[in-house]
Design a protein around this ligand. Structure first.
Ligand SMILES: Nc1nc2c(c(=O)[nH]1)N[C@H]1C(S)=C(S)[C@@H](COP(=O)(O)OP(=O)(O)OC[C@H]3O[C@@H](n4cnc5c(=O)[nH]c(N)nc54)[C@H](O)[C@@H]3O)O[C@H]1N2
Ligand SMILES: Nc1nc2c(c(=O)[nH]1)N[C@H]1C(S)=C(S)[C@@H](COP(=O)(O)OP(=O)(O)OC[C@H]3O[C@@H](n4cnc5c(=O)[nH]c(N)nc54)[C@H](O)[C@@H]3O)O[C@H]1N2
Ligand code: SF4
Ligand SMILES: [Mo]
Length: 694
């Protein structure tokens, strides 16, 4: 028997981007574990990826190209050869490419975060075609934009510093489920005497383990941050020296937050006034005493109408109290902006047919409407072909009945590259089997730490599965594209993944990265200790001229939800409960839902509802309930618990529809409305009613 150990990287859409060691015995992956030497992974993988072998060798892996034989959505297919599949796709795309290439739409997100199997050869292909561009907004664009206006880019506190913070605010995140290796650091900080605070409308697994849990109503975080700033300024808990040297617009900020008294803040957020004071003092007094105070803000706060502004307001706090002076102080939303990724080399936008006139852009969040939209002068041609990879839109996109109706169009040609028969695969005309991370090469950045990462293939591709890169290479050849870049190998592309001319990636060399598995960026420990924010002014911008230019309020503000008891009382008479649907611990978005052991741990789709809200509806623990609003309805089991605050219901997500009891999931009730900035979705800005079903 030959046994080898292969260095790999977790490809999932998770900030931790773990370093993995795969044991391979006679060509079979027999053990998957975290690399004990990688500082942030520290030898630990989450429950999901510890099961990666079960997922890879799962009997429901897609192993051959398939052609649809049933109706759209039925999921009935026949096996075909790669040649037949590629010929058929080329035959359908060529006439569109010749007349209206924008009728072709790529649809992809972060099924893999790999720089190669994500967007490299795929975008070369779509750029060359002149296909519609896709605005990849479905996760993080609101927060990204709000943070960028304030701090200048996705740069923040290094994960490896958090254990030395004395106060940590975990704001709109549930790291035990979705950012485990941050939670390990927060636990260490707790052992060293830090106070942990969770700010979350739901008593999540994480909130349960923090010293203090503040539970504002969804979408009110911007107000909470304004109220905190009010108290910090009123009680002189600010760092005047840092403010003068490294911030812009303090005078105007002071005026703005004057109106955000603790009483008004508390009323807006639906929390006790005392908590606003407690939170601000805890944070401000520790900072005043010279202790590092840190914020881990996460994407939970920005899936509402004012989500961009919420992140912006929160991002003002560290500069106000001078927290950036310490390596263990500051704030982290994402670290992705620290990586000098060479996207132009990977994605080749220069292949676009006319650089002066770009193809139209379609927002992935509104795919429901856009697949149903007829041709028009404003919209352009109808979408006639969609090529889906690294995403499961039928389960994850909002306003799902429209998404499903769009994909059900008989005149829409749909190709899906997948590893598993997802809800979206059921609507494909042609299915192409994709390899998993154990079977292909990739290079990775991370959005929660600062290491460049390599993934080596551990085993041969299963069945006839191929890497996305290879599938797009083959498609390019079938379409007759002859540019050299369509012949580049994965290793060649990986070698250009990071810009070696950037001081941060000066040590980048693909061959050594591949052998070593990971390499930290060369970065200062405390990125903004001496200002130098990558904003237009070089300062942390309390006042942002860029926001004014973009038609936004240039100062921190509060934007109420599209749907809430306070902002839409009439709607709330019909639909009085706010609904959120954050990630379940054992799934990763809709990935892993089909892994038997993980699904068994999650059990079945559930709705958490407060005992008072249950009583008034005669709902008992374990009853089946119908959750509905004007957009749609779905049925699941009620769990009566005060984990959900009054007025809030919570459905941990994202279930495959076909593995849920009624063939539906929470996205039946979510809307396609967009955030204040970043054109992002508002999944957690949703009112519903709940009733018992027999
Ligand atoms: N296990 C697991 N891990 C994941 C994922 C997964 O599906 N499963 N998904 C990955 C992806 S794609 C992402 S983007 C990240 C998401 O990572 P996070 O942004 O950390 O997301 P969640 O864990 O959903 O944490 C969101 C928390 O925010 C709370 N929340 C909801 N609305 C509000 C609000 O208005 N204000 C505040 N303060 N809190 C609110 C929810 O109750 C929830 O506990 O996680 C990644 N990691
Ligand atoms: N209601 C509600 N909806 C949500 C959210 C929520 O909190 N609530 N969260 C939103 C967020 S934050 C996100 S990021 C999106 C996530 O939405 P998606 O990015 O669509 O994520 P997944 O559902 O995990 O689907 C990814 C798919 O890619 C496939 N895949 C993985 N690797 C490869 C590969 O190498 N090649 C190919 N061809 N396929 C591969 C996987 O098998 C999986 O089916 O969902 C959003 N939807
Ligand atoms: S999903 Fe996240 S925590 Fe789990 S192995 Fe992957 S990177 Fe690590
Ligand atoms: Mo996400």
């Amino acid at each position: 028997m030959t046994t080898t150990q292969v260095r790999a990287t977790c490809p999932h859409d998770c900030p931790d981007t773990c370093a993995i060691l795969v044991t391979v015995e006679d060509g079979v992956a027999t053990e998957i574990k975290g690399d004990p030497d990688h500082p942030t992974t520290a030898g630990v993988l989450c429950t999901k990826v510890a099961r990666y072998a079960e997922r890879t060798y799962s009997p429901d892996r897609l192993l051959y190209p398939l052609r649809r034989v049933g109706r759209k959505g039925e999921g009935r297919f026949e096996r075909i050869s790669w040649d037949e599949a590629l010929d058929e796709i080329a035959a359908r795309l060529k006439p569109l490419a010749a007349t209206a290439p924008e009728a072709i739409l790529p649809y992809s997100y972060c099924g893999t975060m790999g720089l190669l199997q994500g967007e490299s050869m795929s975008l070369r292909f779509f750029h060359k075609l002149g296909a519609s561009l896709l605005d990849r907004t479905i996760c993080a664009m609101a927060g990204f934009t709000g943070y960028k206006y304030t701090i200048g880019g996705s740069i923040g506190t290094d994960l490896e510093q958090f254990q030395d913070a004395k106060v940590i605010l975990i704001w709109g995140g549930n790291p035990i489920a979705s950012n485990l290796h941050f939670w390990m650091r927060a636990q260490e900080a707790k052992r060293r005497g830090a106070t942990l605070v969770a700010i979350d409308p739901y008593r999540s697994l994480t909130a349960e383990k923090c010293h203090l849990h503040v539970a504002p109503m969804p979408g009110t975080d911007a107000a909470l941050a304004l109220g905190m700033m009010h108290v910090l300024i009123a009680e002189n808990l600010v760092d005047e020296d840092y403010i003068i040297q490294y911030t812009l617009g303090y005078g105007q900020l002071k005026e703005r937050v004057a109106e955000w008294t603790p009483a008004r803040t508390a009323a807006t957020c639906g929390i006790p006034e005392e908590q606003v004071l407690q939170l601000a003092r805890l944070y401000g007094q520790a900072a005043k005493e010279g202790d590092p105070v840190a914020i881990r803000v996460n994407y939970g706060v920005q899936r509402v109408r004012g989500g961009g502004m919420a992140v912006r307001n929160i991002a003002c706090l560290p500069a106000l109290v001078g927290a950036w002076r310490h390596a263990a102080g500051g704030i982290q939303l994402s670290t992705s902006g620290s990586f000098p990724t060479n996207k132009p080399a990977l994605q080749r936008p220069d292949l676009l047919p006319d650089l002066a006139k770009l193809p139209r852009t379609i927002n992935m969040t509104t795919i429901g409407d856009d697949l149903l939209r007829p041709a028009s002068p404003e919209f352009g041609p109808r979408v006639d072909a969609v090529i889906v990879y690294n995403s499961n839109p039928v389960a994850v996109a909002p306003d799902s009945s429209k998404v499903q109706a769009g994909f059900a169009r008989e005149d829409l040609f749909t190709v899906v590259l997948e590893q598993f028969p997802t809800d979206t695969v059921d609507y494909a005309d042609i299915v192409l089997p994709a390899t998993t991370q154990l079977e292909h090469t990739d290079a990775h950045l991370a959005y929660g730490h600062l290491y460049m990462m390599a993934n080596n293939p551990a085993i041969a591709p299963m069945g006839e599965a191929k890497p996305n890169t290879e599938i797009f290479r083959l498609l390019a050849a079938r379409m007759g594209f002859t540019d050299d870049c369509f012949r580049e190998s994965d290793d060649e592309m990986a070698a250009s993944a990071f810009r070696k001319d950037d001081a941060r990636a000066i040590h980048f060399d693909w061959d050594s990265l591949r052998q070593k598995g990971w390499q930290k960026l060369a970065m200062p420990d405390a990125p903004f200790a001496h200002g130098r924010f990558p904003t237009p002014s070089g300062k942390c911008e309390f006042f942002s001229a860029s926001m004014a230019a973009d038609g936004l309020d240039p100062l921190p503000a509060y934007i109420a939800n599209y749907e809430s008891v306070a902002s839409t009382p009439q709607l709330a008479e019909k639909y009085p409960l706010a609904m959120i649907s954050p990630p379940a611990r054992n799934f990763l978005n809709s990935t892993f839902v089909n892994v038997q052991s993980l699904r068994a741990t999650e059990g079945e789709p559930r709705l958490d509802i407060h005992p008072d809200d249950a009583t008034t509806r005669a709902i008992n623990h374990g009853d089946m309930v119908r959750i509905f609003n004007d957009r749609g309805a779905f049925v699941c089991k009620a769990r009566v618990t005060d984990k959900a605050r009054k007025g809030l219901v919570v459905g941990l997500s994202i279930w495959w529809k076909k593995l849920a009891g009624d063939g539906k999931n929470v996205n039946e009730v979510t809307s396609q409305r967009l955030t204040d900035m970043g054109r992002a979705p508002t999944f957690y800005d949703t009112l519903v009613q709940v009733e018992r079903v027999s």
